[in-house]
Design a protein around this ligand. Structure first.
Ligand code: NAD
Length: 289
């Protein structure tokens, strides 16, 4: 099985290296990759066009910044749809707009190209280690056919529904993580102001029902030690939360807590630059508070 990876940034380059280590043939396309030398040394063949990738690969893996670019790469002039042949599957590992993913799936009806959405977590470290967590949306048979690729790239995978469901589940995950980071930031400030030892307080929380991924992983790994080097930026998290805000608005459901946390994330842009670590939100206090 030959992989064609489109988008060789922090995540895509790590996936390409993991796939090579697992013995898969890998070609790739990204005119602006910063990892060219490392990739070529590992045996990844870099190609100049989508057409060249389409001619060689059995499975396309996308790791791209946003849905506009994904739509262009799949459906645009010279995109993958135009060059598809039977048996090819497209696995979109980007964090993307589920409505766009469903639009792409509809546009691919009648084309030989099959679509599975498989957004990931774990960051560049897990992409390089081949142990990302992936939330899969698509047909069970297509996901089964991807097994050698999924074995190479993931440590854990969950099939959450039809096409688009993976991207929806990822937005819910990042929404809940974003709300939790704001809440934990408040808990840290309150505990410190009360003269308490926050590390000991979190030991207690992590033994109880208030614990979360943020208290168990983010706090010790990136926040309390001041490292703030998770590899996941404010820019990417704000993108995900903008998509979550759209999902909430479209649903029409009442979500005041989510909306308040999303407002804080959006306002933090004035104080926390795009390239800052996303965990920095714990330090954000509105100017008038
Ligand atoms: N970085 C993380 O921790 C993380 C974690 C989970 C999910 N994600 C998601 O994974 C995706 C990729 O994230 P990243 O951190 O690798 O971003 P990145 O900006 O490092 O990489 C994106 C790459 O896509 C390339 N690209 C853009 N347009 C292209 C095109 N038309 N054809 C080919 N290549 C093109 C860019 O040159 C860039 O190298 C995003 O959707 C992001 O939200 C990132």
């Amino acid at each position: 099985m030959k992989l064609g990876i489109i988008g060789l940034g922090n995540m895509g380059a790590g996936m390409a290296l993991s796939a090579r280590r697992a013995g898969l043939e890998v070609v790739g396309h990204d005119p602006a990759t910063r990892a060219r030398a490392e990739l070529e040394q590992a045996g990844v063949v870099l190609l100049d066009s989508l057409e060249a990738v389409a001619a060689e690969a059995d499975v396309f893996v996308l790791s791209l910044p946003n849905s506009d670019i994904i739509e262009q790469v799949v459906l645009g002039e010279g995109g993958l749809r135009r060059h598809a042949r039977p048996g090819q599957i497209l696995l979109d590992t980007s964090t993307a707009d589920p409505a766009s993913t469903q639009r792409i799936a509809r546009a691919l009806e009648g084309s030989p190209l099959r679509l599975v959405d498989g957004p990931v977590s774990g960051g560049p470290k897990a992409a390089h280690a081949g142990n990302m967590t992936m939330l899969l949306g698509g047909d069970a048979a297509d996901i089964e056919a991807l097994a050698p690729v999924l074995d190479a790239l993931t440590g854990k995978r969950v099939h959450v529904g039809p096409v688009g469901a993976g991207h929806s589940a990822k937005l819910f995950n990042n929404l809940l993580c974003g709300i939790n980071l704001v809440a934990v930031g408040e808990a840290i400030r309150v505990a410190r102001a009360a003269g308490l030892d926050i590390e000991q307080i979190l030991d207690g929380v992590n033994a109880g029902s208030g614990r979360s991924g943020v208290t168990e992983v983010n706090c010790p790994t990136w926040i309390l030690n001041g490292a703030f080097n998770s590899g996941f930026t404010m820019k990417l998290m704000r993108k995900d939360l903008r998509l979550a805000a759209e999902m909430i608005a479209k649903s029409g459901a009442s979500a005041p807590l989510s909306n308040e946390a999303l407002r804080l994330w959006a306002e933090s842009a004035a104080a926390l630059a795009d390239d800052e670590d996303f965990n920095r939100i714990v330090d954000f206090v509105e100017p008038n508070q």
